[in-house]
Design a binder for this molecule. Structure first.
Ligand SMILES: [Zn+2]
Length: 476
């Protein structure tokens, strides 16, 4: 796990205004311990990192990319002993989050208290988010001994322990010679704060134009979508494939190799795939892109705003990759406004959703391939076997079920691929209504690429394990 808790003070000095604590797939005790450690570090108190370490992994923490030290030491190995070690400290950590008295009062509330003769006492509470709650209570009595004064009223109203509210201000308007028992003021406070809880718990509807959700585009007679190909390497492309595909994307370095001796065949349908993430080497990339333009390459596939800028400036026609995670009409319209001439929707878009999106530019889906599961900065196999085979797509990890996850790194990032490819070649009619689909070739041999391309032209079965991805699942 990454931890720079010990350096929280430094982060604040750098101008960092918020810290994020990742708790996904972690036990509540771990989250509680991590939050507590962060709070202590920010308060300048000593932090018990050892407890935190024993809850998850005794291999310790890495400071991740903070010091720019990549390599083997970033990886910890979680073992059975870690689980037993965790059991010993979990019980103690439970109190960190089950004790309501430790609830943090972080919602600022302003109180307005009114007490007039012959009228029920009133309390109006306002939070900083525009919520106003109001409670009316008993009618005040004529004071026999001590009338209720603003100080006494404020003292009762400020008792917000056990709630998330911190009283920022109390203003009182109290008629002369009146009295309300403290218990009645307390009841008023509880009622108003309870109502405020209710208001704060309500989700606010985001204005949404239902018409934009759209009806399915293209009915049964719609033609099959055009076929596009993305390959890792130029050697995966046969002349038949180049002939049949509408657009063929290769990573920039691969395309540069193809263009070494002048304009390549099919230059008009070759597309330069820009890196998904670029940490350095921007200038070299710009040079490569201008060479490609000289060789007659007109298309570029982009998946982030930086790539849009670089490839746009170089004069390419821009094709949006799935990494924009476009899932709706608003996203399609925005990206079209950025100058994209078409768009591959998110890997998580369903078939049905994809056909309903209203878009000013053609839309497509990825219909074949080992989809990237993760993109990581630190190549996971580099420390063990080196990266030479990454380029050839021959490095892999094995998961606990023995599945092979191919990894390949480029531009300082490594992609980890799903062991099982997405396949739709036996359901071509269901792709009707899309403008195009892309086949994403990674570790496939040139022969396999050719066969798969044919399958997507005329339909056919897949021999081996495959997945339908999320095409039929509802993610949102
Ligand atoms: Zn590598």
């Amino acid at each position: 796990d990454m931890s720079i808790i010990g350096r929280a003070g430094e982060l604040r000095e750098l101008g960092v205004s918020a810290l994020k604590i990742e708790g996904r797939m972690k036990r509540p005790e771990y989250v509680a311990a991590a939050v507590t450690a962060c709070r202590k570090a920010l308060a300048g108190e000593p932090v018990d990192l050892e407890t935190l370490q024993s809850v998850f992994s005794r291999s310790g923490f890495t400071d991740g990319y903070f010091e720019g030290r990549l390599g083997a030491e970033m990886f910890g190995i979680r073992q059975k002993e870690d689980v037993t070690a965790a059991a010993g400290v979990l019980g103690g950590l439970e109190t960190l989050y089950t004790d309501p008295r430790k609830q943090v009062q972080k919602v600022e509330a302003d109180f307005r208290f009114t007490m007039k003769a012959g009228e029920p006492a009133r309390l109006v509470v306002t939070d900083g988010d525009g919520n106003i709650s109001e409670a009316a209570g008993e009618i005040p009595q004529a004071a026999v001994n001590r009338p209720t004064d603003p100080e006494r009223a404020a003292a009762s109203l400020s008792k917000t322990g056990g709630t998330p509210y911190h009283v920022r201000s109390v203003s009182c308007e109290i008629g002369e010679g009146l009295m309300l028992p403290a218990s009645a003021v307390n009841a008023l406070r509880r009622e108003a704060l309870g109502k405020l809880d209710g208001l704060r718990g309500k989700t606010r509807a985001i204005p949404f134009d239902r018409a934009r959700a759209g009806a399915p585009r293209g009915h049964a007679p719609a033609p099959l979508p055009a076929l596009r190909v993305r390959a890792y390497s130029a050697r995966q492309l046969s002349p038949e494939l180049l002939e049949g595909a509408e657009l063929v994307t290769l990573p920039v370095p691969e395309l540069v190799k193809l263009c070494e001796n002048g304009a390549p065949a099919y230059a008009d349908k070759l597309c330069a795939g820009l890196p998904r993430i670029l940490f350095s080497g921007g200038e070299a990339l710009e040079k490569q892109l201008s060479l490609l333009r000289e060789r007659g390459i007109r298309h570029a596939a982009v998946g982030n705003p930086g790539a849009v800028k670089i490839a746009g400036a170089a004069g390419f026609m821009l094709h949006g990759e799935p990494f924009f995670n476009a899932m709706n009409s608003y996203a399609a319209e925005t990206l079209a406004g950025w100058g994209l001439c078409d768009l591959l929707l998110s890997f998580e878009a369903t078939l049905d959703m994809a056909k309903r999106i209203q878009s000013p530019v053609p839309l497509g889906l990825t219909a074949y391939g080992r989809l990237p599961l993760m993109t990581v900065r630190n190549c996971p196999v580099k420390s063990f076997v080196g990266c030479a085979r990454c380029k050839k797509g021959e490095n892999f990890l094995t998961d606990r079920r023995g599945e092979i996850l191919y990894t390949s790194c480029a531009y300082g990032c490594s992609e980890i691929l799903n062991p099982v490819p997405l396949f739709m070649g036996d359901r071509l009619p269901e792709l009707r209504g899309l403008d195009f689909v892309e086949l994403r070739f990674s570790t496939e041999s040139p022969e396999e690429c050719g066969k798969l391309f044919e399958t997507y032209r005329s339909g056919g079965e897949f021999h081996g394990k495959f997945t339908r991805g999320l095409l039929y699942k509802t993610v949102l």
